[in-house]
Write a protein that binds this ligand. Structure first.
Ligand code: GLP
Length: 248
């Protein structure tokens, strides 16, 4: 696992965007696995800026997002579809028909899980998967559990995750209790993974992920086995890592 340390949130965005830009430049029809949350915001802003300046072209890119809240339609301001449209898709020249987010309002959610897995398979898998990390070590919405879930599945959100995400809603009661999330298999099969972590709230999760045992109790820890995983993080997020490794 490669670790890139950045000083500021903006620099985290720059470093992560550089990796994505390199991917899209060398393979214009890349399949990008995309993430939501506050962590990738500066990355998306940088990508949009490079598109604006004519340095990046997303016209042939396909995107597959990690997850969505169950019950929120794409028009809901806190849905991940809305987040992606607002923070990235509307700011670059990606073809909207080639942007994919699992549906949290499908009548048959199990069928939607199977459809999403098939979609990723039909695309030939993911070239670069962008990830954030939850304070409890979740990736996408793969919450701590007693096993790793391979495919797209419906998950009951932990109280900790609902609390962490409550800041985006007017009250905790409005935070959905369930989500649909891509499983571990397409993430591990992605040719490249870039994980972003910002702030001291992520320090313990990053430490467990990189230096702890590989266990579904910390879903991100499985990335220790990924062949091409880069962590882009600020000093606060890396602070505990330094202490437990004893490294400089
Ligand atoms: C959310 C998302 C994850 C995201 C994580 C961290 O619940 N499902 O994909 O990586 O939590 O979010 P943030 O970047 O806002 O801290």
């Amino acid at each position: 696992m490669r670790i890139i340390a950045a000083k500021t949130e903006k620099e985290v965005g720059l470093k992560a965007a550089e990796l994505i830009a390199a991917q899209v430049t060398t393979k214009p029809d890349s399949v990008l696995g995309l993430a939501t949350g506050s962590s990738p915001l500066t990355t998306y802003a940088q990508l949009a800026a490079w598109y604006e300046s004519g340095d990046l072209d997303f016209s042939l890119v396909t995107s597959v997002n990690l997850d969505e809240y169950v019950g929120l339609p794409g028009t809901h301001e806190q849905s991940y579809r809305y987040f992606m449209n607002t923070n990235l898709f509307s700011k670059i020249n990606i073809d909207p028909a080639r942007t994919n987010v699992p549906s949290g309002t499908a009548k048959d959610l199990q069928a939607e899980c199977r459809r999403y897995d098939q979609l990723i398979e039909d695309l030939g898998g993911i070239d670069l998967q962008l990830l954030g990390i939850g304070p409890n070590g979740h990736i996408g919405f793969n919450e701590p559990d007693d096993r790793f879930h391979k495919g797209t599945h419906i998950v009951t959100l932990t109280e900790r995750t609902r609390q962490a995400n409550a800041r985006f809603f007017s009250s905790i009661d409005e935070v959905p209790t369930h989500a649909i999330t891509m499983g571990i298999k397409p993430i591990m099969n992605a040719k490249q993974v870039v994980l972003i972590a910002i702030g001291k709230g992520k320090a313990q999760a990053l430490c467990d992920m990189i230096q702890g045992p590989i266990t579904p109790a910390c879903p991100a820890s499985i990335l220790q086995l990924h062949r091409h995983c880069t962590v882009v993080a600020d000093e606060e997020a890396l602070s505990l890592l330094k202490r437990c490794s004893g490294a400089a």
